[in-house]
Design a protein around this ligand. Structure first.
Ligand code: GAR
Length: 219
């Protein structure tokens, strides 16, 4: 299968980015990261990219008067690399409708909750507060609505009696690092496609199983 080009958008730490880069390097993902763009110049993930030899670019959102002009600059920077897929990996900006439309079907996000529960920030705290028994992460196509869109894969973790937001966040993040590369692998291979605003799995394939306490579940 031909190697596909990924462009990653980050705002911070970049641990999902590192998991995706690892999967590209060890052959789990038939892709290469063509560039990483951040809206924050001091994002820790950028320093890691530079050391890893990945092309980086900063588009600082503060210098743009509004969302539309930031998104235009972002789109121009993305298009310079002609990526097959645009991967949000902790990119903490709400995107305009026209930006989303431009990349519809190629724009993917991971969110640390079982969507549609707990969109937005502080998902672990919200899950604990709501008293739910299960929490997790979701990989989905991006639509204009924040943290919503056709779901490609979900993984779940149990909420333990002594969990606090930090312990829960750590377990969900571990899960994300396995879920995101696997979901992308299916997507890049064409095992599932977006049809009429839903993710449809081709015959013989199904969403990866990340159920229960085994985040390494089957592909
Ligand atoms: C991850 O938990 C990701 O799911 C979340 O930001 C974190 C980024 O961590 N994304 C969102 O909340 C999007 N709404 P990372 O920078 O270490 O990958």
């Amino acid at each position: 299968m031909t190697e596909q080009k990924l462009l990653l958008l980050i705002s911070g730490r970049g641990s999902n980015l590192r998991a995706i880069q690892r999967a590209c390097q060890n052959g789990d993902l038939p892709a290469r990261i063509s560039a990483v763009i951040s809206n924050r110049p001091n994002a820790a993930g950028l320093a890691w990219c530079r050391e890893a030899g990945l092309a980086t670019r900063v588009i600082p959102h503060q210098v743009y008067p509004d969302r539309a002009s930031f998104d235009q600059a972002l789109a121009a920077a993305i298009d310079d690399h002609a990526p097959d897929w645009i991967i949000l990996a902790g990119f903490m900006r709400q995107l305009t409708d026209s930006f989303v439309q431009r990349y519809v079907g190629r724009l993917i996000n991971i969110h640390p909750s079982l969507l549609p529960a707990f969109p937005g920030l502080h998902t672990h705290q919200h899950a604990l507060h709501a008293g739910v028994r299960w929490h997790g992460a979701t990989v989905h196509f991006v639509i204009p609505e924040l943290d919503a869109g056709p779901i490609i894969a979900q993984g779940i973790v149990p909420i333990l009696a002594d969990d606090n937001p930090e312990t829960l966040a750590a377990r969900v993040l571990d899960l994300e690092h396995q879920l995101y590369p696997q979901a992308l692998r299916h997507l890049l291979r064409g095992d599932c496609v977006l049809k009429n605003d839903r993710v449809v799995w081709q015959r013989g394939y199904q969403s990866p199983d990340f159920s229960g306490c085994n985040p390494g579940g089957s592909a």
